[in-house]
Write a protein that binds this ligand. Structure first.
Ligand code: ARG
Ligand code: GLU
Length: 716
């Protein structure tokens, strides 16, 4: 009786690590997931969401560029995504005279829509479970590398023999750490045009200060359009192309949104690690994150000092700074969140239950009894290499442009050694345009100061065996500054002089110039440490850990048959669902789930680089010309939060209501809940969305682009 009671308590309380939350492949939700969604209020069926016989919601969802999501919102291929997802394309379309980022842009006709060269969007035509075809002939007793090469062969041959149209591509990916494989047939569109975007002061309002935070007040959206050839098929850019007619587009609802309303987010989440053992989560949150955080902090401190003193520098470094700050802040939230919800302890409790179940099942125990102990010893061995691998990248390459250049020169030399002049020229051709952009965004004296600060930190805080000989004896600020002066006394501090050396037919001479560079030698020294002392161990241990994780995943699914296990995110199409909900970030504080335009005005700081607003916005606000984009408060809702389990890559994902109408645009998570990549806790994990009414309000009243609203199907 007591035992039964304890088991019951366990089953009820817990959902130890995957209570709510989860990112499901849309072709696998029929049945229990579908029922759970309906229990929370969803009026749709699994077939409405994913169907290969007729059009379904999945036909409105695209992967936008490489790392974001977008959705089709009109019968004419109008596409909605985040401002921070369209940012690069909009920047490339901007000029000094016509800065679209700063001023915003609204095409008032199809002719005015601007081709964003190089941008692609990808639809998923169908998903197939191909586990049998990939793993059918794999013998688990084979050594790890032989197994993997057989699997790779199977993937390769199945990719080549799958029946597709000539405009389609195939991708096969592992799920559940290689326990399952799915095949994706994709339609990739290449003629994408910019249609509308608000000034970045509105789209990025709050910038880094507000990033990863609630309450939020930025309109993080931009609008594009997909163009297709005359047969409505993907094609390269052409003047002849026409707006794409989608199989499905999302209707838009401007109805009230209330706490506890059902929401569904559909998109391409990048990476989660939800099934790691406790020891791994502990290592990430308490060992690795603090190292990565402190290195980035040192870089940000130096850059921030220069940016505060000079407006031109601030502009030049804004996007670099934001890039470094984004994950710096995320890791802080992650590390604190893991500890504040006691995720490691909860995972340990869960592991106890796992062992307990094994104890009752001798056959399973024989197979899986070794797993947790093996994790312990592998992760203990892995820790120094895990930290060193990350510290080397973060200290020498992530934030220091000049060292990246030096590292590229090393690669260029290796191309020459391995593939002769053709190898050199091939890599050079790819490298030059990239480096051109990089030099444009770099200030060599700031770069040098960042270098001095990070090299010092690395030299003084790393295990001696991982510290390069040339910096081992250095101790004081002055010594590191002198070392930096030596490295930056270089022929490669500006782009033109770099080109005059690299772009030559006398490659031997160019290499001899590289070799006289102290920075080139220093990069080589670091790479040697990495290649001899870090990477081999890191790679060998990660491969073993992954293989163990594959077995552990299988064991979990076998030993907890009552649970549904979603596969960790891997940049494939997923749905996640939840409810609109506020949360308690700390004692005595409650955050409401909806913010309003009043909050934008509250945060407004004239002249500030993060919180300024255009006069036109202030004028519209003052006139209270809100159209019918208001909610029950009479004001325009700006952003809202819900319990959907999202991650990087879900930026630009649509948030849908119970009927499948668009109500919001996902763009971030709350700080206290960024640990959801490792451990989802429904009490504090929230995704952040722009309310679609704020988007429509800005299109209509700020952009005067009513023609776009007329294309949409708006449900009142
Ligand atoms: N935190 C959001 C996402 O990863 C937004 C990032 C862009 N905004 C910024 N201020 N850096 O990734
Ligand atoms: N901003 C993120 C992105 O670019 C989404 C936020 C998150 O990580 O949840 O994908």
């Amino acid at each position: 009786m007591k035992k039964l009671f304890i088991t019951l308590i366990f089953l009820l309380s817990a959902n130890y690590f995957f209570a709510q939350g989860g990112m499901w492949l849309p072709n696998t939700i029929k049945g229990s997931i579908e029922k759970d969604m309906q229990r929370l209020g969803m009026k749709l069926t699994a077939d409405d969401i994913y169907n290969t016989e007729k059009s379904s919601i999945k036909d409105a969802i695209v992967q936008f560029g490489g790392g974001c999501t977008g959705e089709v919102i009109s019968p004419k291929g109008l596409l909605l995504t985040n401002h921070h997802c369209g940012y690069g394309a909009i920047q490339r379309l901007s000029t000094m005279e016509n800065n679209l980022l700063k001023n915003g842009f609204w095409a008032q006709s199809f002719e005015e829509e601007l081709p964003a060269k190089g941008l692609t969007v990808t639809f998923i035509d169908r998903i197939e479970d191909v586990t049998g075809k990939i793993l059918g002939n794999i013998n688990n007793d084979l050594p790890l590398n032989e197994r993997q090469s057989l699997i790779d062969k199977n993937i390769d041959s199945l990719s080549k023999t799958t029946q597709i149209e000539d405009y389609q591509t195939v991708e096969i990916k592992p799920f559940y750490y290689g326990n399952k494989y799915y095949l994706f047939v994709k339609n990739i569109f290449k003629d994408i045009r910019l249609v509308g975007v608000a000034p970045e002061s509105i789209g990025k309002f709050g910038a880094d200060t507000d990033n990863w935070m609630w309450p939020r007040h930025n309109a993080d959206f931009s609008i594009f359009r997909i163009y297709a050839d005359k047969n409505n098929l993907p094609a390269e850019y052409s003047e002849e192309n026409v707006p794409y007619t989608p199989k499905h587009f999302l209707p838009i609802s401007v109805k009230e949104i209330n706490e506890d309303d059902f929401t569904l987010v559909f998109g391409f989440p990048g990476r989660t690690q939800e099934y790691l053992p406790a020891i791994a989560v502990d290592q990430i949150a308490n060992k690795l994150d603090p190292v990565r955080i402190s290195i980035r902090e040192a870089a940000l401190n130096v850059m921030g000092k220069y940016m505060r003193n000079d407006e031109a520098t601030r502009l030049k470094y804004a996007s670099k700074f934001a890039g470094i700050a984004n994950y710096w802040k995320k890791w802080i939230g992650e590390s604190q969140g893991i500890n504040s919800v006691h995720a490691v302890e909860k995972k340990k409790e869960f592991e106890k239950e796992f062992l307990h179940r094994l104890d009752k099942n001798p056959e399973a125990k024989a197979k899986y009894g070794h797993l947790l102990a093996d994790f312990d010893s592998l992760y203990a061995a892995f820790e120094p290499y895990n930290i060193a691998q990350n510290a080397i990248y973060e200290s020498f390459f992530r934030s220091i442009d000049f060292m990246r250049v030096m590292s590229y020169l090393n690669r260029l030399k290796n191309y020459y050694i391995n593939n002769g002049a053709a190898g050199y020229d091939g890599f050079k051709a790819r490298l030059l345009p990239y480096l051109k952009g990089m030099y444009k965004g770099m200030d060599i004296s700031i770069d040098k100061d960042v270098f001095a600060a990070l090299v010092k930190k690395y030299a003084l805080e790393s295990k001696p065996e991982f510290v390069p000989g040339s910096i081992k004896a250095l101790k004081t600020d002055r010594e590191f500054k002198e070392f930096a002066n030596k490295i930056y006394n270089s022929k490669f501090t500006d782009y033109d002089s770099l080109v005059s050396i690299i772009d030559t037919t006398d490659i031997d001479w160019a290499i001899s110039v590289f070799e006289q560079e102290p920075g080139f030698e220093f990069a080589k020294e670091i790479n040697e440490i990495s290649d001899t002392k870090v990477s081999p161990n890191y790679n060998e241990l990660s491969a073993k850990i992954n293989d163990l994780q594959k077995e552990y995943m299988k064991a979990l699914m076998e030993m907890f048959p009552e649970k549904s296990f979603f596969p960790d995110a891997n940049s494939t199409l997923r749905i996640t669902y939840g409810q609109v909900k506020g949360y308690h970030p700390r004692d005595a504080v409650y955050y409401e789930p909806v913010s309003h335009i009043e909050g934008v005005i509250e945060k407004y700081k004239p002249g500030d680089y993060e919180f300024d607003l255009p006069q036109k916005f202030l004028d519209i606000y003052k006139s209270k010309d809100f159209g019918n984009y208001t909610d029950k408060t009479g004001s325009v809702p700006a952003c809202f939060i819900a319990t959907n389990h999202t991650t990087g890559g879900n930026s630009g994902s649509p948030a849908l209501d119970a009927e499948g109408n668009l109500i919001g645009l996902n763009f971030d998570r709350v700080w206290e809940g960024t640990m959801s990549d490792l451990y989802y806790d429904p009490s504090i994990c929230r995704n952040i969305m722009v309310d679609v009414r704020y988007i429509l309000f800005l299109i209509d009243k700020y952009g005067n682009a009513k023609r776009l609203i007329d294309e949409m199907e708006i449900k009142k």
